[in-house]
Design a protein around this ligand. Structure first.
Ligand SMILES: Cc1ncc(COP(=O)(O)O)c(C=O)c1O
Length: 435
């Protein structure tokens, strides 16, 4: 097997320059078990990022890999021109779980494709290409998904099939409403939404798309109920509401199965991907039947909902529900959150700790409260050296993202906190002359 260094050399020769890699010395992960992964040089890491919140239940879970093997032995592919039993069964299960009225499900292969499908449905149903999206959002990498992505580092093109207006939403820490309390912040966002509709659109807007907690945006977490208050404004104008649950779905936020449930509303359209497949390529859209069935032409996804992905996703969903991993996300999430708040109390380099369940953002700042990307990079490097993988995000690249598989144990959470405490202290010493 090739070493990390050799793989990096070959990667640089054939892969795009914009496909960014973590770490000064990037690593290849070659094996996983539970929450532990090993790199190509044999070093072990406790994984608190799960391949970007995708390894939801963990590595090498026999119940899931068995279902994948059995399906692979039977049939890999047939296309949606034929009935697919695991696809139908998975759709039935998702319809019973999703907070959408009269639901129908369409499967895709990724979150990006789910975003695209949701936008196609909303714009066809409403006969309008006007869309509202959130500042600091991320919805994928395709032409339409980039068009509703509200942060410069992930927006390579201004060309768009949509007319998009951006509204204020979950992110508060460095924006114009920094320092506002929850009520004042929610009131400001609702006022901005109504004003944006009145001043920047032609009135017949198709939909607003929002993540209940912004993922790539640095786990920016709105006050509970905010998206419900915003939906009430949308209702005044007949605008559809799309909840992007690609990161927040399946119990990750601990207190709810879907992130949007913290806001007391039922979306018209909901998108999912990532965790459902525990690494298999699957995404999709749930929509009210009258919206789902409004497309005026045929539409398929050749690989969407294929037998292998849906059989594996079913086994993964069974595992999640049978082991009540949502309850574990709540319990271990509280532990991690309070441990991180203790670390923040001792280290001013941490400006904000936020999130829910196993979706925790830690924003690192300089002496004046300004974003400090160098400190975040230093924490990532120190964690890696000490055998811990965490993610990074936010508009300024200064937010640590902690989102382990939902099976993480309390001893593992304690070990992670110990490594994080010393990594934060080390990064603070290296980047802050004032402490
Ligand atoms: C909230 C959200 N929506 C959509 C996507 C796009 O998903 P994918 O990378 O599977 O295309 C992502 C990816 O990170 C995401 O975080």
């Amino acid at each position: 097997m090739s070493s990390n260094r050799e793989l990096l050399r070959r990667h640089r020769q054939v892969m795009p320059s914009w496909l960014s890699l973590y770490y000064e010395e990037p690593i290849a992960l070659v094996r996983g078990e539970g929450r532990t992964v090993w790199d190509a040089d044999g070093k072990a890491y406790l994984d608190l990022f799960g391949g970007i919140l995708t390894t939801m239940t963990g590595y090498g879970i026999p119940e899931i890999t068995r279902a994948i093997h059995e399906q692979a032995d039977r049939l890999l592919h047939c296309s949606t021109l034929y009935l697919i039993e695991p696809q139908i069964e998975l759709a039935e299960r998702i319809c019973s779980l999703a907070p959408v009225d009269d639901p129908r499900v369409f499967f895709t292969t990724s979150g990006t494709e789910a975003t695209d499908a949701a936008l196609l449905l909303a714009t066809c149903y409403r006969r309008s290409n006007q869309v509202l999206a959130m500042r600091h959002s991320y919805h994928g990498r395709s032409f339409s998904a980039v068009a509703v992505t509200g942060q410069r580092p992930w927006s390579p093109s201004a060309l768009s099939p949509l007319q998009v207006s951006y509204v204020y939403g979950p992110y508060r820490a460095q924006g114009p409403f920094a320092g506002y309390d929850d009520d004042a912040f929610a009131a400001a966002c609702v006022k901005d939404l109504r004003n944006t509709i009145e001043t920047t659109t032609a009135g017949d807007v198709a939909c607003m798309i929002a993540e209940p907690i912004q993922g790539v945006g640095g786990f920016a977490t709105p006050p509970d109920g905010l998206l419900g208050e915003m939906k009430a404004v949308l209702d005044d104008y007949g605008i559809l509401f799309v909840a992007d649950e690609v990161q927040t779905g399946w119990g990750r936020t601990g207190e709810h199965f879907w992130g949007i449930e913290a806001h007391g509303v039922r979306p018209d359209i909901l998108t999912f991907a990532k965790g459902l497949g525990n690494g298999l390529s699957i995404g999709g859209v749930v929509a009210r039947a009258e919206i789902m069935d409004s497309l005026p032409a045929n539409s398929i996804s050749t690989f969407g909902g294929n037998p292998l992905s849906t059989a594996g996703a079913l086994a993964n969903l069974d595992y999640l529900l049978e082991h009540d991993l949502q309850a574990n996300a709540l319990k271990t999430g509280h532990m991690l959150m309070s441990g991180l708040r203790d670390i923040a109390a001792d280290h001013p380099v941490i400006g904000d700790v936020r999130g829910k369940g196993l979706m925790i953002g830690v924003e690192l700042v300089g002496p004046g409260g300004e974003p400090d990307a160098a400190a975040a990079a230093a924490v990532l490097e120190a964690c890696k050296r000490d055998g811990l993988l965490v993610g990074r995000g936010g508009l300024y690249g200064n937010t640590l993202r902690i989102a382990p598989p939902l099976t993480i144990t309390e001893p593992e959470a304690e070990r992670a906190l110990a490594i994080l405490r010393s990594a934060v202290a080390e990064a603070e010493r290296a980047t802050r002359a004032d402490v």
